[in-house]
Design a protein around this ligand. Sequence first.
Ligand code: WT7
Length: 654
Amino acid sequence: MADQASGLTIEALLSEDRTFPPSSEFRAQALVSSEDIYAEAEADLEGFWARQAEQIDWFQPYDKVLEWNPPYAKWFLGGKLNISYNCLDRHVQNGGGEKVAYYWEGESGETRTITYAQLLEDVCRCANALKSLGVRKGDRVAIYLPMIPELPVAMLACARIGAPHTAVFAGFSAESLSDRMNDCDAKLLITADGGIRKGSVVPLKKNSDEALKTSPSVEHVLLVKRTGEDVAVQEGRDLWWHDVVSEQPAECEPEALDSEDMLYLLYTSGTTAKPKGIVHTTAGYLLGAMTTHKLVFDIKPDDVYWCAADVGWVTGHSYIVYGPLANHTTGVMYEGVPDFPARDRWWSIVEKYKVTVLYTAPTAIRAHMKWGPQHAEAHDLSSLRLLGSVGEPINPEAWLWYYRHIGGERCPVVDTWWQTETGMIMITPLPGITTLKPGSATRPFPGVEADVVDEQGNSVPLGGAGYLVIKKPWPAMLRGIYGDPERYQQTYWSRYPGMYFPGDGAKRDEDGYFWLLGRVDDVMNVSGHRISTMEVESALVSDSRVAEAAVIGQRDDLTGEAIFAFVILRGDVESEKGLGEELRQYVATKIGAIARPKRIMFTPELPKTRSGKIMRRLLRDIANDRQLGDTTTLADTSVVETIREASTASKGDE
Ligand code: WT7
């Protein structure tokens, strides 16, 4: 089955049979120490979430837990609340204002310690500034900031006044930023002069200016001074944060928002060239993020929690900002890369702040693995008590390395499967009760009904592989794709009517454990980030020298998948030296460095069906050295052989 669609084979799975039950010490102190939670949620889904929802402070109680008109769910109907109030005000009012919300560390070593009381003031000032710039409830605000405290401040300020934010990862290009701002008609852009990455400056304001040339809806730019370099400031349009925000009053009444008011939009890649604006709303999202944050990471009041993702991705939204702050957790926020100034930077941060819970991605773990355990060994990591992983399947080898060299064989490793669309962790161990298997995300979170089905939508018996589906609504689920209800229906709900289809393949073992097998659609996973093959292809063909391009993911030891582009040049274009490099750079400029192809191969032909459709799965087979799948629909069978020979021959060149 999955073989047809994706080239995935069950054989590709390492069969891993070591198991790791929770230690009795861990279990004894864990928030969840009994299996009953699963049965409780299964017996009464709405009751389960209603009990969790007691953690939320409501301005007005809700009347109804769930209204489910597939594919549209509404949660906590009639309720009124404010997320920034739940993340900040209530903790301060309860005497928790002096607790640290974030230990922030800049790449070059400067630090800021921000308490809940300070964060509340900063958020109120920023919210007042937004209002003074004409931003009203419902207006969209684009945020294009590096990993500095102003990023969560801006998000929470938007949440305070009910203006949905759309954060754009600071690694994206001007064009990507502009596309996103145009898709949602953003009224304001919050950005910085620059960001700092590996000791160099990322020109955020310059990119923003470029983007704004084609984003007419944006009226003002709120500009944070981060690097201090010279930037163009357009009179009337651009305003410095330190001028506008700092002078505002430090109080701002939080807007009473409806449970289903939009909290944010976050763009993610799909199977077409156009990214999808995933819509998240207020109450259900908050509940999903905070409940999973607390129970999956077993969060206690004195934890120092570090999610090493970027706030610009969904991981940062749910598990650096909203979940942890709602739970009154102390977090670490680090601006830079793991190997600056040296490869032990992360471990020095863990030691310095006595981090207890660390959440990161397999690609980062594999990078540390490659650099060797001596960097971790040089630091005292004994504060750590729990480790997490997210973004792509974690190979058992990386899992074991993480467990051994970072966790000292004492910390459970929770491998958490979820997506931008799900808003919250969906398949995951509960560390106090789950026996871990390296490489498996184990079981659906309580109240999440996941299954593995075949082409027809029938549940595959234990031991088999198929497509992952979710069969019941969950509170943090996406509410749609911004401005495109048809695509929402089409992408997620049409393959198996009534079931949510995330686009992943999965296997379940004899114990019912889930093993995620990667994407089954035309989406690659590079370093835990989704990139659409179509997006890269359309960037390539926008170069006038390129006639046609086919892009696939090639297995990569470090990044999970690497982007491999097959390119046909126009008839009159000579493939000169350096053209491949030029095209790689061109894609990076068009989309962002994350989408830069690792390899480009020029080819005279691409394998196509008789109706002219490119058969990417055959290219995937070639690139990943697999036996070719079914070739009977191929118009010209000699093409794949030509490409395979060229591909093998060019390997030596790298
Ligand atoms: C896709 C979602 C959720 C935050 C990071 C990525 C893959 C994610 C796992 C995991 C296997 C995983 C899936 C998913 N993925 N976590 N633990 N095991 N695969 O968010 O960009 O929305 O990508 O990442 O393929 O569909 P995203």
